[in-house]
Design a binder for this molecule. Structure first.
Ligand code: URP
Ligand code: ZN
Ligand code: ZN
Length: 547
């Protein structure tokens, strides 16, 4: 009932602002057209996407009708039309009649679903002595080509400063061509960080903070900081996130490998086994339970970590588990490849695990032990990976996935029969929008929602290759993979940006999406606090018995 009221209110607000929107969108279109022209002159499209007459220009169609597709939401599917005006879904029902000035897309026999939301990316991230090869433009262009229409990236503070980090990332994101939001990492603790967390939540639209329990000497924080951070998150209604590996033990494992003369990429997996992920996951869950604040565990890569999350659910603790595509569909055998460049591209943390973990994570996803899928898209090309040619500890950690996620999850989870199409929408967009409190603006095909939509043809097929992908990287960890189900059309903000295997995107057209605090995971937290306090039966009133 509360959710229904929230949506009615949202719908009224949308109607009220519709006229203002119409004018401002018309103005934006004129501006975007000019930006795209200058972009085209700079030759970006020619070098990345192939020369095309309309390269860089956004479709000026502001009215769209998607006809006759199977419209899928996380809770329901039906054959219907979807009518869009000025970036917003106006109506979803069968047989919508429209005038001549509306572009019609025939979706008969195809699935019409919310565009993907990737909860975990690193675009333009400075990390391990280099910077990811995909920035906000190239990474987002790749995302759109694969059916993802929004992502949430991690702001890394500058010398611990959240406000400087926010400014830096705002600048990095200026060339965005799709909607995005920010999480923020916490790398040190003092009064200024605590105050800045408040500013980020109350004024900057950030409602989640990530704590790294690994990367000793750079991003890693202590348990003491973790506790302070959890307490602050709770008071602000912000979601605490953890990278769960025991960083001290990882450092020990790395030394052990080097002492054994193991310096190649296989040393990466051997130095940080699943037990270290399980330990840190358990620790973070227990400390979040101690503070009574919800927890989001990013990139769950092992059975060990997944089982800790399952255990927490059994006692009613609010813990979200996010597997990433690499952990769901790959195994660690590539790390033993005799070619360094091939092996190094699979180095990420926590490591891709031995065969068996992938299938167990898939099963956990289908039974809701794990709730949504990210990518941890953090790409380095082969030259950057070669920084660690003599020492695996120097190989920049990260793999691609932002373009491949929607296809690989469809093929692995839906085509195989492990989940339904409605579940697919839940784990690729709706759950993310709900957790980060932007539903049903995002993650739904409902009147009033943003027109971020994909048309997926279940009878068509895809093939992945670095030769045809849209990332700037020269490698792809899913090289050669084929599967069923292809995103034929991507609509972002009401504009067709991917069609006939061609991208039509403009730097600067993406919007920053503010995410309000106190999402649904905070419901009932105060009641649990009250129950805890009354369970203490303390302080006990004692008469003074001084002798
Ligand atoms: O290897 C990874 N995961 N690189 C990105 C940074 C992180 O830990 O998320
Ligand atoms: Zn991480
Ligand atoms: Zn990450």
């Amino acid at each position: 009932m509360a959710a229904q009221n929230k949506f009615l209110l949202f719908h009224k607000l949308v109607q009220k602002s519709f006229h203002i929107c119409t004018l401002s969108i018309l103005l934006m279109c004129v501006l975007q057209f000019q930006v795209s022209k200058s972009n085209h002159i700079s030759g970006f499209c020619a070098s990345v996407y192939g020369e095309s007459a309309e390269c860089g220009e956004l479709s000026s169609n502001l009215k769209l009708l998607i006809k006759g597709g199977i419209v899928v939401n996380a809770h329901h599917q039906q054959v219907a039309d979807v009518y869009i005006e000025n970036g917003i879904i106006v109506s979803v029902q069968p047989n919508i009649k429209v005038g001549d000035n509306v572009r019609v897309l025939d979706a008969t026999g195809k699935y019409v679903m919310p565009g993907g939301i990737d909860p975990h990316t690193h675009l333009g991230m400075e990390f391990m002595g280099t910077e990811t090869i995909d920035d906000f433009f190239s990474g987002q262009a790749a995302a759109l080509a694969g059916g993802t229409t929004m992502h949430i990236d991690f702001v890394i503070p500058v010398d611990g400063s959240l406000s400087v980090g926010f400014e830096v990332y705002t600048e990095k994101a200026k060339r965005s061509c799709m909607d995005y939001g920010f999480h923020m990492a916490i790398t040190k603790w003092d009064e200024i960080v605590a105050r800045d967390m408040e500013v980020m939540v109350k004024e900057k639209g950030i409602n989640s903070f990530k704590f790294f329990l690994a990367y000793k000497g750079s991003l890693m924080i202590s348990d003491e900081l973790l506790l302070q951070g959890f307490k602050k998150c709770k008071s602000l209604g912000a979601l605490a996130m953890v990278h769960a590996e025991n960083g001290d033990a990882v450092a020990e494992g790395q030394r052990r490998m080097i002492d054994l003369g193991i310096t190649g990429p296989e040393g990466h997996a051997l130095s940080r086994p699943p037990e270290l992920e399980g330990e840190a996951t358990s620790r973070a869950i227990r400390l979040a339970g101690f503070v009574n604040t919800p927890l989001y565990v990013v990139h769950v890569m092992s059975i060990d970590a997944m089982e800790e999350i399952a255990k927490a659910h059994k006692v009613g603790q609010k813990v979200v588990g996010e597997p990433v595509v690499s952990g769901l569909v790959l195994d660690d055998s590539w790390l033993w490849d005799s070619d360094f460049s091939t092996a190094a591209k699979y180095v990420m943390s926590p490591p891709i695990r031995k065969q068996g973990h992938d299938k167990a994570l898939q099963a956990a996803l289908s039974t809701k032990i794990l709730q949504l899928v990210g990518t941890d898209h953090c790409t380095f090309n082969s030259t950057q990976k070669a920084l660690g040619i003599d020492d695996f500890r120097k190989i920049p950690n990260g793999v691609n996935g932002i373009e491949e996620r929607m296809h690989l999850i469809w093929d692995t989870m839906v085509e195989s029969g492990q989940i339904s199409v409605t579940d697919y929408v839940r784990i690729t967009s709706a759950e993310c929008a709900q957790i980060f409190n932007i539903y049903p603006k995002k993650g739904a095909i409902l009147a009033g929602s943003d027109a971020d939509i994909i048309i997926l043809n279940p009878n068509s097929s895809f093939k992945i290759s670095a030769r045809s992908h849209h990332s700037r990287s020269d490698t792809n960890v899913y090289e050669g993979r084929r599967g069923k189900g292809k995103v034929e059309v991507t609509i972002a903000g009401g504009k067709v940006v991917w069609e006939h295997d061609e991208l039509n995107v403009v730097p600067g057209s993406g919007r920053y999406i503010e995410m309000p605090p106190f999402g649904h995971l905070f419901d009932g937290i105060d009641k649990v606090d009250a129950a805890y306090l009354s369970s203490l039966h303390a302080p006990v009133q004692r008469s003074s018995t001084a002798s």
